[in-house]
Design a protein around this ligand. Structure first.
Ligand code: RIB
Length: 313
């Protein structure tokens, strides 16, 4: 039975990779809806980008909703320096023709969780957590109805990427991340500690291009664009590929290793704002609220991504 999921996303080339991995796995995922949110670029662009990705994969049947266009308290921080002015720079994709749903993404999340069986829906978070947190604040009852939240967020051993101590998805809206981590739902974090091990080397990008389909070619072009910033910054053999770690964990948890620990978010100090404080050695005695993933099998990850993208048009 496919797993029912709601995707929140701010595409972004790596989010596109995650969405394509999901769409290449219809036996495992039933996508109830995609909620585009502000993050890598502004909401008007992530709304366009999300629909371009769905149409690229031939899935304009999946409803797209507009989520929150700014964080709960702080001003929006975007990442055009990584993703380009349009957020999905690289390939020339046609403008989308599928509509944006009239219902707000917050209401879609609340309505869906209340309508579906308790525990049957997974929130697949590839973005800042503003929209999910807003839904939790507006409708606290949904926390007990969420099956699991699996999110790309946070960093501890690896340090931050947008500040020395904060990962981008958490830094954009630390207050939202704090609300989500305190909500009591079962949750798994795929942080920079593991996503930085997943590096898109030339061989791995060539394998996507060699698929011979439009999705493989477009994804390779996206990643060749977005790798530039990280390759100059880290000087690794490939840029880290963050987003697909979320669906890959859901598909093949055996590719990853982590532990259940307590994680809290810094929301007071500007110096460490958005830091994910991970009690890895269980020093505080605080009960675990997160399954925190620290390691992964990069070869297995890219083999899965490439095989599933190969199933698409
Ligand atoms: O910190 C990495 C995450 O933030 C990635 O999803 C990237 O696209 C940015 O949104």
């Amino acid at each position: 039975m496919p797993r029912k999921i709601i995707i929140t996303t701010d595409p972004g080339q790596d989010e596109a990779a995650a969405i394509l991995l999901i769409l290449g796995s219809p036996e495992e995922f039933d996508v109830l809806g995609v909620v585009a949110v502000a993050g890598n670029v502004r909401l008007d662009r992530t709304l366009r980008n999300a629909r371009q990705i769905l149409e690229l994969a031939g899935r304009s049947d999946i409803p797209v909703f507009a989520g929150c266009e700014r964080p709960m308290q702080r001003a929006l921080v975007t990442a055009e320096h990584v993703h380009g002015p349009e957020g999905l720079d690289g390939p020339a994709l046609p403008l989308p023709t599928m509509p944006v749903q009239a219902r707000h993404g917050v209401n879609f999340i609340i309505d869906t969780l209340r309508a579906e069986a308790v525990g049957s829906v997974t929130i697949t978070s590839l973005s800042p957590l503003t929209t999910l947190a807003t839904a939790l604040v507006q409708a606290p009852d949904i926390a007990g109805r969420i099956g699991e939240i699996v999110m790309m967020a946070g960093a501890y051993f690896e340090g931050g990427n947008i500040t020395p101590r904060a990962e981008f998805n958490v830094f954009v809206d630390p207050q939202a991340a704090d609300v989500v981590l305190r909500c009591g739902a079962k949750m798994t974090i795929l942080p920079l500690d593991v996503t930085h091990q997943m590096r898109s080397t030339p061989r791995r990008l060539a394998a996507l291009e060699a698929l011979g389909n439009r999705c493989g070619a477009a994804l390779a072009a996206m990643l060749r664009f977005s790798e530039d910033f990280d390759m100059k910054k880290y000087r690794w053999e490939g840029a880290p590929l963050h987003g697909p770690c979320v669906p890959a964990f859901m598909l093949r948890p055996g590719l990853f290793q982590g532990r259940d620990v307590h994680v809290a978010i810094e929301t007071g100090s500007e110096l460490t704002m958005g830091m994910s404080v991970v009690d890895w050695w269980r020093i505080t005695g605080e009960p675990a609220n997160v399954h925190y993933v620290r390691d992964g099998d990069a070869d297995g990850y890219y083999a899965l991504l490439t095989e599933r993208v190969g199933r698409l048009p």
